[in-house]
Design a protein around this ligand. Structure first.
Ligand code: SAH
Length: 488
């Protein structure tokens, strides 16, 4: 009888401190990627666990033989074309012969042990599901994007940790990373022909697979990507690009994955006042961070200067991220910057963000629309280009809509007065949400009539959004009971 290899033993006793120990430990399992296309693989067992392993192996192109007395119904949906062979009986030692791999996935430890022993005798690597001691190989946690595959293992020490790592890597890797690999594979030969020098070629791919070329592929614009790669090859200089990115309300957890990726890759970040330090913390160490904040009545950097600055860095071939609080197209002047860059012929894209009204609504548990009491929502500014905005308050004082006032802290008393004059009931509920999503977040409740007092007594400084409408009473009321008309 074959002895199953003993659990791993250290060759040298380790007495070093913890952080050195990690480096000194030999690698318990050697990672490798197997070509299983068309090769025979054995799965012993017919339950759901066996089925999951079968599916993985089948997806890798293996010809799988399943040995089991009973099959879970999941197997029934497996067609002939998937190359499965089913043998309906118990395991026999000879089943492992000639196989590239074997997997024991029965709930009978003796059977699993027999598979492991037969594998050891025949030189066939065996995995016993959930039993590392009996296994000669283990399955990693996998993240897949087309041909790009990431395999993670904690050597069996902490499968939960490996799964959590996988989840984090899942978040980090763009969905279309596989397309990027395919793009590189497709152009590899022609690039090899056009760029003879291996060092140059390496730098070209480094640039191409990170910068605007990659972004174009990831956004599904392959023709543009190819043109950019051509330009790179022709003059050796990368083309710069600008992404106008919404940074959300402040909490970096509310960034989109795309925003995070662009921030992490940016060489220059031009950011506004409302972009939180935690969000900027995701920037590269060597990124140039430029503050272009404007605050009310204190235009630190004029818009033309910002436009010029962004265009300048892009023309130098840099990857520029123009980072704005919330969404760039909601009171963010994103449109003006977009037009300017387009006129200059600079490649630019816009990435949406969670706007303050959404973040404030979520923070205060005030839905912006609500069946029966809010059929519309309007986003309005409390501050115009030169003082009071040109807003028709009587149109806003209509029934059944939520008004979200941005930049309205200073003008709150005037806005309340205008709305009441326009016919809005002064008992209309109001919620004021300050610093939504940030640690100092506050939600205050009142009515249009009491709004000036609520602002003054609580010393609201902003940034804050004033939510006006029946929905603002929902957090305190039984949700189903609220259908108070706003005026009348
Ligand atoms: N583009 C941004 C809005 C910029 S205007 C967006 O889509 O959210 C600035 C105003 O946004 C502030 O005066 C305030 O009304 C609102 N605001 C921005 N961040 C906020 C936050 N974290 N909490 C509450 N209001 C916020």
């Amino acid at each position: 009888m074959t002895r199953i290899h003993a659990p791993h033993q250290r060759l040298h006793p380790v007495t070093a401190p913890a952080e050195q120990e990690a480096a000194e430990l030999p690698m318990r399992y050697f990672p490798a990627f197997l070509d299983l296309a068309g090769r025979p693989v054995l799965v012993v067992g017919g339950g759901v666990v066996a089925w999951r392993k079968f599916r993985l192996l089948r997806d890798a192109g293996a010809r799988v033989t399943v040995v089991a007395k009973h099959l879970a119904h999941e197997f029934a949906e497996t067609g002939e074309e998937s190359g499965i062979t089913v043998i309906r009986r118990g395991f026999a030692t000879g089943d492992v012969l000639g196989k590239a791999l074997a997997v024991a996935a029965t709930d009978d430890r003796d059977v699993n042990r027999r598979v492991a022993e037969a594998g050891a005798d025949a030189g066939v690597p065996v995995n016993v599901v959930d039993d590392a001691a009996l296994s000669s190989f283990i399955f990693p946690a996998i993240v897949q994007r087309g041909e790009v595959v990431v395999a993670i293992s904690s050597s069996g020490a902490a499968p939960v940790l490996a799964r959590r790592l996988r989840a984090r890597i899942e978040e980090l890797l763009p969905q279309r990373l596989g397309a990027l690999a395919a793009f590189a594979r497709r152009l590899r030969e022609s690039v090899r022909r056009r760029v003879g020098d291996p060092g140059k070629r390496l730098r070209l791919w480094e640039e191409g697979l990170e910068g605007p070329v990659a972004e174009a592929v990831l956004a599904g614009r392959e023709a543009e990507a190819e043109a950019r790669l051509d330009a790179l090859i022709a003059d050796g200089k990368p083309g710069g690009s600008v992404a106008i990115v919404g940074a959300g309300p402040g909490d970096p957890d509310l960034l989109t994955l795309k925003a995070l990726r662009l921030i992490q890759g940016a060489e220059v970040i031009v950011y506004d006042k409302l972009v939180s330090p935690a969000t900027l913390g995701h920037a590269r160490r060597d990124a140039q961070l430029i503050y272009a904040g404007k605050s009310r009545g204190n235009h630190t950097v004029p818009q033309e200067e910002i436009n010029h600055l962004i265009a300048h860095h892009a023309r130098q071939g840099r990857r520029v991220v123009r980072l704005k609080g919330g969404d760039p197209f909601i009171f963010g002047r994103g449109g003006e910057e977009l037009n300017h860059l387009r006129r200059q012929g600079i490649q630019v894209e816009v990435v949406p963000g969670v706007t303050a009204a959404s973040a404030c609504a979520a923070a205060a548990a005030v839905p912006l629309t609500h069946r029966g009491s809010a059929e519309a929502v309007v986003l309005v500014t409390g501050q115009g280009t030169n003082g009071a905005p040109k807003v028709d308050w009587s149109a806003l004082a209509r029934l059944n809509q939520t008004i979200a006032v941005y930049m309205g802290v200073a003008a709150a008393p005037r806005i309340a007065a205008d709305l009441i004059e326009a016919g809005l009931d002064q008992a209309t509920p109001v919620a004021v949400v300050e610093n939504a999503s940030l640690p100092q977040e506050r939600a205050l409740f009142g009515t249009v009539g009491s709004l000036p007092a609520v602002m003054a007594e609580n010393e609201v400084e902003g940034p804050a959004v004033i939510l006006i409408g029946a929905v603002a009473a929902l957090p305190q009321a039984d949700a189903s009971a609220v259908s108070t008309p706003l005026a009348g």
